[in-house]
Design a protein around this ligand. Structure first.
Ligand SMILES: [Zn+2]
Length: 383
């Protein structure tokens, strides 16, 4: 039996293609609002059903329930607020039940929002409940403080699939991934979403889980890189090389995940698990880059839900390292050797080696990936 979407039905908010042109024309007569990059990614995820059961952007009652109870107002587990924010001047020009044209980065209409709710939110409360800090040094909090002060909620009707410049062969929507999982007859599938390059550490964590399931959805985020992060195109090249060279072909699907992580810790682990349930996964490899404390917070949050209401199994694998004495990758759970024989490579250490044009050790990453990353650093330095 295939995995049921969250809430039981895979949502589809695309309009019938035969109506797309007339709806586009109608957009020209409506008030319009241009979405931010992350709001456009959310719109894409709502349209395709990746955020099932959401049919649009959250109203006040869902927003409050998510913040307070980690659930939607009707009780279904949901941990991350999904919203559009607008300035007070725009919000006060809109009536509830009015239709608004939502525009993309080129100011082209992409969807119609049927406004159900316009409301003010408290940014400090949001920060405290979601990020557990109000400190602006936290990347999620600083993004939150930069948001407009009103939320605009309502169902969306999306005109057509978003066109992208990059990763088109990997942009698979939940229904397409579900078909591929079914074709392959996988009864269990683990999802893995990462904004990092997959090095030996993550490869080991993924493969520990793969020993227990039928298939893997390798699902790197492809949203714009933050300063200091690796270019998503370079990262995809690394992951292609890894999958090509080191994974059993009939056990892995590679696809692009719109957007980027939100630095929401345990809430994010549960949210990504739910999103991957909608993509047809039965398991989710959570928090590969989490600290031990973040992992324990995520486990605490997950334990508040009954297994059947979550409907997907989040899998946590401890932080892995290369142990010289074991002669293999290992974790605290498996390796008895402590001290110098254990090799771990932080993101900063990897960046440092790359900056000095030094090859990454094979205990850190596969040779092919090390070369791709070195080349990318070299290319970036070229005038
Ligand atoms: Zn060892």
């Amino acid at each position: 039996m295939s995995q049921l979407p969250h809430g039981g039905v895979l949502i589809n908010r695309y309009t019938d293609p035969s109506l797309a042109d007339s709806l586009t024309e109608r957009c020209g007569r409506l008030k319009s609002w241009q979405l931010s990059d992350s709001e456009l990614c959310d719109l894409e995820m709502i349209a395709s059903g990746a955020y099932s059961p959401l049919t649009g952007f959250m109203g006040r009652s869902d927003f409050k329930a998510v913040l307070d109870n980690h659930r939607l107002s009707k009780g279904l587990p949901w941990t991350v607020p999904i919203h559009i924010t607008v300035p007070v001047s725009f919000a006060s020009s809109i009536r509830s039940s009015e239709e608004i044209a939502l525009l993309d980065e080129f100011r082209k209409p992409v969807a119609i929002l049927s406004v159900s709710d316009i409301f003010e939110y408290n940014a400090l409360e949001y920060a405290h409940k979601v990020f557990k800090t109000t400190d602006v040094k936290h990347p999620g909090v600083s993004a939150l403080y930069a948001m407009e002060p009103r939320m605009l909620a309502g169902e969306v009707t999306v005109l057509r699939r978003r066109s992208h410049r990059t990763f088109n062969r990997y942009r698979l929507e939940p229904s397409e991934i579900r078909d591929l999982i079914q074709d392959r007859k996988w009864r269990t599938t683990a999802g893995f979403a990462s904004v990092e390059t997959v090095h030996r550490r993550e490869e080991y964590q993924i493969k520990c889980v793969m020993e227990t399931v039928d298939g893997l959805l390798m699902h790197p985020f492809v949203g714009k890189a933050a300063p200091g992060e690796i270019d998503p195109e370079v990262r995809m090249k690394c992951i292609e090389a890894l999958v090509d060279g080191y994974f059993a072909k009939d056990r892995v699907l590679l696809a692009a995940l719109p957007g980027r992580p939100r630095a929401m810790g345990g809430r994010e682990a549960v949210f990504q698990a739910i999103v991957h349930k909608n993509f047809g996964c039965t398991h989710f490899i959570a928090g590969s880059d989490y600290t031990a404390q973040e992992r324990s917070e995520a486990r605490d949050l997950i334990s508040r839900f009954e297994a059947k209401e979550l409907g997907i199994t989040p899998m946590f694998v401890d932080d892995a390292f290369y142990c010289k004495a074991c002669g293999t990758m290992a974790t605290e759970r498996t390796c008895p050797h402590t001290g110098v024989g254990r090799l771990s490579f932080s993101g900063a250490a990897i960046q440092d080696l790359l900056r000095k044009a030094k090859p990454l050790p094979l205990e850190c990453t596969r040779a092919e990936i090390g070369l791709i990353m070195l080349e990318a650093v070299r290319d970036a330095k070229k005038p």
